[in-house]
Design a protein around this ligand. Sequence first.
Ligand code: UDP
Length: 431
Amino acid sequence: MSSNNKEKKNNGKKRVAMISVHSDPLSKLGGREAGGQNVYVAELSKELGKMGWTVDIFTRLTRRRTKKMRRAANNVNVVYLKSGPHNHVPKEDLLEKLPEFLGNFLEYKERNKINYSIVHGHYHDGGWVASQIKRVLDIPMVQTFHSLGHVRHRALEKFGEEHIDMEPFEERIKTEQEIMKVTDKIVATNPPERKDILRYYSFDLEEKIEVIPCGVNLQKFRKINKEKARKHRNIDKSEVLLLYVGRLDSRKGVETTIRALPKVIRDFSKKNKTVKFMVVGGKIGKRGDKIDIKEKERLLGIAKELGVEDNVVFEGKRDQEKLKNYYSAADIFITAPYYEPFGMTALETMRCGTPIIASNVGGLPYLIKNRKNGLLFPVGKHNSLADRIIKLENDEKMREAVIESGEEMIKEKYGWKIIANDMAKLYQQLI
Ligand code: UDP
């Protein structure tokens, strides 16, 4: 069948409108607002495309483009819609721009005579647009939140340094509540997220929630020769390489790992080992992002106070294709967030055969069973983190068991193909 015929056949049947307002699945990752959601939308859509669904991903136009549509994969297109100015707008300020986004979506749909069988909203901005589309077109809707206002606010209040302004959260939470009322199904990416939705929003939502996790790209992420990977990054044999990969957001808790360093360095020096903590992520180059650079400076300031600045390296953001080199080179991957709805980097490091230590928060304890496929430590407790690092580095038997168990779990459950299959089943139930 020609691709044109296939498109026609899919007009209305097995055709999804993905609404991902602030997350362009084709944008570079690792900057302030380009992380997990971009990956989720891109990978899920690509797999759905392979399964014969047609997927149109709608995202905001953030710069002048001559082409307003780009092909992302087989059967998958990204459509750029004008919504406010042609530049970056912080996602907190996007709500008032959404009616324009909605109007442009409807105009695009009419002009191209497309019928969608389902709309899938992402985050509360995309969820608002998707719920209006559902209302106007009378089609079923699925919503993935990626992050919840209530939970994020609580985490900031508990661990943030400055006074937290509640006003933007009130608007966000109200929008989330409205979306939850309207949508047919809510996809929670793990049981803890499901629990948070019931507890902080409404117990009446029980029937609406389906748990479908995030996945990992099994081709992009795989183990490569450790020695080669280390050589590539100039890592000496005697050096213990600790790694973080992710956005440079203070809620990611990179600070906790820096605070754990003095104890770890002291312990390892007894065995003539040195320690390097590599931070991959953040737009911190010459033409970087002011907020990312400020966060890097803040973290560096803490490292200086503790006298460990020579042990910390800020690499800046890296393309996903390169990350297997970093994961494979590292001895231990550490993610120490104060709030983490899912934590895709946990899957990526397990896939690359590098053991993980993570804070016991959000979705992480769902992915990591302590001492089985990783180690958990209490949020923000740098001394406990240091103890776990020392334990994992010194206990070769535990290390091997943790790595093996992590690799098995990924192969069994977390390829995007499996995840997209579950999502497609959910769509089919509704259309
Ligand atoms: N990432 C990347 N380059 C970087 C930093 C991060 O490609 O320099 C990717 C990483 O591989 C992961 C995603 O960004 O897939 C971050 O997802 P995660 O769930 O850890 O965090 P979120 O961004 O959702 O808070």
